[in-house]
Design a protein around this ligand. Sequence first.
Ligand code: GUN
Ligand code: ZN
Length: 448
Amino acid sequence: MADTPTPPVGAIRGPALTFTGDPFQHGLAATMRHETDAIVAFEAGVVTHFGPAADVLAQLPPDLPVRRYGPDALICAGFLDSHVHYPQVPMIGAFGAQLLDWLNAHTFPAERRFADKAYARTVAKAFLRESLRNGVTTSCVYCTVHPHSVDALFEEAEALGLRIAAGKVLMDRNAPEDLRDTAQGGYDESKRLIDAWSGRGRLMYAITPRFAPTSTPAQLEAAGALWAERPDCYMQTHISESPAEIAWVKELFPHSADYLDVYDRHGLCGPRAIYGHGVHLSEGELARMHAAGAAIAHCPTSNFFLGSGAFNIARALRADRPVRVGLGTDLGAGTSFSILATLNEAYKAAQLNQYALSAGHAFYLATRGTARAMRIEDKVGSLAPGMEADIAVLDLKSTPLIAFRMESVASLEEALFVQMTLGDDRAVQATYVAGELRHERDAPPIKP
Ligand code: GUN
Ligand code: ZN
């Protein structure tokens, strides 16, 4: 990531891939657009032209600088991550526990350190730098219970011009005392943060009750009341991630019909709700999510790492009651910032459910699909005039093995599948945020 922003380049040229609709509903032929030689031009952070270079060049001023990417590049919309915990970056890859033990042994101690705002800022910077190195330009982020953990992230994201959603974690029980707030205190602090940040530039707020076990009914009620006051905000939480967690929720909320009902009866189900995981949801819960316009964040690297289960994406998307599904890294239970690596695991999760997720559908999920789950597909997630100019430029031959494998590839679908099976951060050669070059893999190191 460059320290001083490079001025907007005006336009980039190379092979490009984008989606004009949802291939799960309408098929890839009708929704996937591949251009072998495209131009994306932008001004003031917004795409002004997208199409075959031969057509677009004629419409651009002759002196507009055009940055060219080679035939082995692929220009895509910037990737989105609909579920990630930035405070957990310092403890990715913590050995040996499933969800509830992992939270106590690794997560809460890591989140305690955010009592120090300077530390929060250091981690926020590292998180955003790694996101950009992986072509991720929009994330929906959990902070910690400390309000300044939100300020630190938003301050850093704003300086980079990023479209990011985030929120203060609400927890008033079943967590260490120094990580607990109260129903009223959490409401007041969240409200202050919403007033300070929501809708400021590209920033969005997510009301964030961590999950049912760490909030009293009074806190869930307060979160629901706040969301009713500010329905423009997201509401993010976890649901049905692991069997032990689900059993605990049954014990804590004996009068609720199921896990989703705990949230629903406190006003925490509706459009702009993003539920992390949802691995073990019942048919009734999926049908209610569909009716409510709520979304699931599918976090495959995390679900495998914690042994939570293999999310059945085909079932969630079932045509008679499709639920919106976005992709999430869920760091630090998730194990990679790379959206390509996350797609690799999403493919395996689907395979364990006898469904083969095609590369075209997977790239849709990583871009426009997650934008749709977040209800911002009119702003980001595809390449088209009027969209915000958040762009990832992939290198389709980023490692010796991938370059060798690409020699035997006969179609775009195959090439994309190789990328999601073998690719990682090295495959991202450039990341643009609102038209500004914010990551360049091969840039010379900045001298101190
Ligand atoms: N459930 C409640 N909190 C968390 C968390 O931090 N990570 C994951 N994966 N699941 C959770
Ligand atoms: Zn999570």
